[in-house]
Ligand binder design. Structure first.
Ligand code: DGJ
Length: 335
């Protein structure tokens, strides 16, 4: 069986792992959401069962935010113990608008495998300043007003363009993303914002369906994508990528004592053949493996943009040296 779950994430629930990801189809149009989010389950991470489409896109002409042909990427699912619901967040680009909309979508289900019901999409934290806002953001000088940027690089430092201030009222841009649930059940949404120049970490409401307005900017002007977050021995770790579209680049890593930072960058965690290009992949999730001590699984996508369905997955163990996460290339390995 081929697994069709790209930009995916994993959720462990009552003895079973569930892998959610983008269902892609053949050809370059297969990067757009033609089907939705697919789910697979496994008890041992080796043998997988296809659980079908967890969140289906809406039909053409429905006018829905998740109409067939939209871009729906990097879905992640978490469980809310209070409401007993499974909550899915994803990066959403409205149909026929390229990557301009930069929105987040949320869907909910009583069953882990779905069907998930689309709730809403938004740009996060409209009308809220981050906890580490600078005075310059609140000034009326917004050189980026009315401009939208394509591609990865912008010539000027993001703060001199005050993109944060530009998007204050309508909400902050949110593209590549992940979710993280802490030991106290507080959940966080981590996304590439401000034209991908800066990451935001934003707290979710108790039901995990909205943002609380509490958020921080991290890795300002560092152009990171593909965020993953995990916790080990009380410390928070981040592994992500640079911004080069579908092409691989060198991974980035960072550590923090608090989810709110300060985050200290640790450089490229990859080691061995092709480590400068993340072994040809791009991070999507880090799974804490159950029942094994200190076992973390690095999950990455090897994109094939011209034939999206042919994208592959790279799984490697995360090891630690002096508490810094490292990912060594291995031709084959076992848990
Ligand atoms: C890299 C991102 O990580 C992917 O999820 C996707 O958005 C591509 N860029 C699109 O170029």
């Amino acid at each position: 069986m081929h697994i069709n779950a790209h930009g995916g994430g994993m959720l462990y629930d009552k003895g079973t792992y569930y892998w959610f990801g983008e269902h892609k189809i053949a050809g370059s149009e297969g990067n757009k959401a033609q089907v939705g989010v697919r789910c697979y389950s496994s008890k041992d991470l080796y043998n997988w069962t296809d659980e079908g489409v967890a969140l289906a896109v809406d039909s053409v002409g429905s006018g829905s935010d998740i109409e067939k042909g939209c871009i729906l990427e990097r879905p992640k699912v978490i469980y809310n113990a209070q409401t007993k619901k499974y909550v899915m967040w994803f990066h959403l680009e409205l149909k026929s608008e390229g990557y301009k909309a930069a929105r987040s979508g949320v869907a909910v289900s009583n069953n882990i495998t779905g069907p998930y019901k689309f709730v809403k999409s938004m740009r996060p934290n409209a009308g809220h300043w981050p906890m580490n806002v600078l005075p310059l953001h609140k000034s009326s000088n917004i050189p980026s007003q009315g401009k939208s940027y394509t591609g990865s690089g912008m010539p000027t430092h993001t703060d001199s363009l005050n993109i944060l201030g530009r998007d204050f009222q309508g909400g902050q841009m949110a593209r590549d993303m992940t979710l993280f649930v802490d030991d106290d059940d507080k959940a966080y949404h981590i996304y590439s914002s401000e034209e991908n120049s800066t990451m935001h970490i934003a707290e979710l409401s108790e039901d995990y369906l909205s943002h609380t307005g509490r958020y921080v900017r991290i890795f300002v002007n560092r152009y990171m994508e593909a965020p993953t977050i995990f916790k080990r021995n009380g410390k928070y770790y981040f592994i992500g990528s640079g911004c080069t579209g579908w092409k691989p680049n060198a991974a980035r890593s960072a550590v923090a004592e608090s989810i709110w930072g300060p985050w200290k960058e640790l450089g490229n965690p990859c080691r061995g053949t092709n480590s400068e290009l993340t072994f040809g992949g791009q991070s999507t999730y880090i799974l804490k493996v159950q029942g094994m001590q200190d076992s973390y699984l690095f999950m990455a996508d090897e994109w094939r943009p011209d034939n999206a369905i042919d994208g592959r997955y790279i799984w490697l163990p995360v090891t630690f040296e002096n508490d810094n996460p490292l990912i060594y290339w291995k031709d084959d390995w076992k848990f």
